[in-house]
Design a protein around this ligand. Structure first.
Ligand code: NDP
Length: 299
């Protein structure tokens, strides 16, 4: 009787009363929409797995990691401020995570922790829906965590050359050196001059800065938009709003716009595959993300 009642109210089949656990450690955790994507996708696949956003300050990361191992979590994401400090608790690092020097996804195999960086993998999977990075001439604006993950993963996926353009020269030059020395791609750094012209022949151009992110949707990049060439893929890491001013300008110039939503959803798909071995439903994830952010997706 109790089981029947429970099954009636609970969205998953009930093999017992213990769900498998995944989640995210960050602070502040409240704004992270990944929980909506993951719970919707687990539910749609009839998986008895939960995803829990956990508020974990910097000085509690060790306790949180021990807790996850103790409770047998399948794995967890880590976001600000843990993406680099998590490294000291890991037993293994995936090759791209080693080059990037940061981890956003941890897989727990009976206490053995492997770190992955799926931000860049999510970007490349999203990119592949419009253009293969193989042989691409890329320009990436920004040199922070997202830019680094995108640059390294695109280089490992076959991009031929990558130009890093960043406001702070030291950070930009250091990222270009990492890509140039540790991946098969060639990379250089260009200072971000006013009304920056996109180099002729560029095939994929990415905003990997936070410019345009909600609530500053009026902001955009100091770039000469007359140098957008038709057919160029122009991508944004900013997912909210999805159609940023940067992407609107690119679309008006005949470029192929790629929103940050695809990167977010594909990253979650990769995480779920690493934790469960299953490929979950990308459409369910997209819809859950739109609903969580209160937006309508243009592509
Ligand atoms: P970081 O703080 O590590 O880096 C921010 C970057 O933006 C730096 O290169 C910084 O330049 C640049 N920047 C910030 N403000 C300006 C400005 N006014 N003018 C020029 N450049 C500026 O952040 P992350 O890399 O972690 O995140 C960047 C964005 O990517 C965020 O909006 C985040 O939400 C988004 N993101 C999206 C994901 C997705 O799945 N769609 C996944 C991960 C991140 P400088 O070095 O000079 O300070």
């Amino acid at each position: 009787m109790i089981l029947a009642l429970y099954q009636h109210h609970y969205p998953y089949p009930v093999p017992g009363f213990v769900s498998e656990l995944t989640g995210s450690f960050s602070t502040s955790a409240a704004q992270n929409p990944t929980v909506a994507i993951m719970e919707a996708a687990y539910g749609a696949a009839d998986l008895d797995i939960r995803y829990i956003n956990c508020e974990v300050p910097a000085d509690r990361l060790a306790d949180a990691v021990r807790g996850a191992i103790g409770m047998g979590w399948l794995g967890f994401n880590c976001s600000i401020p843990h993406k680099e400090s998590i490294l000291e608790y890991l037993d293994d690092l995936a090759p791209s995570a080693r080059i990037i020097g940061a981890v956003n996804t941890v897989v727990n195999n009976d206490g053995h922790l492997t770190g992955e960086n799926t931000d860049g993998q999510g970007f490349v999977q999203s990119l592949r829906t419009v253009r293969d990075p193989q042989g691409a001439q890329m320009v990436i604006f920004g040199a922070g965590g997202a830019a680094k993950a995108i640059a390294v993963e695109s280089a490992l996926a076959g991009a031929e050359s990558i130009t890093i353009v960043n406001r702070t020269a030291e950070r930009g030059a250091s990222l270009a050196a990492v890509v140039d020395e540790q991946t098969p791609a060639t990379a250089d750094f260009q200072p971000w001059t006013a009304n920056y012209p996109i180099p002729e022949g560029s095939t994929i151009v990415v905003n990997a800065t936070s410019l345009g992110f909600h609530p500053h949707a009026e902001q955009t990049l100091d770039v000469d938009f007359s140098t957008f060439a038709p057919g160029m893929v122009v991508a944004d890491v900013v997912a909210n709003p999805p159609m940023t001013r940067w992407l609107q300008s690119a679309q008006e110039a005949g470029c192929v716009p790629l929103t940050g939503l695809g990167m977010l959803v594909n990253q979650a798909l990769v995480n779920a595959r690493l934790w469960t071995g299953r490929t979950l439903d990308a459409d369910v994830m997209h819809k859950a993300l739109e609903q969580a952010l209160g937006i309508a997706t243009p592509n």
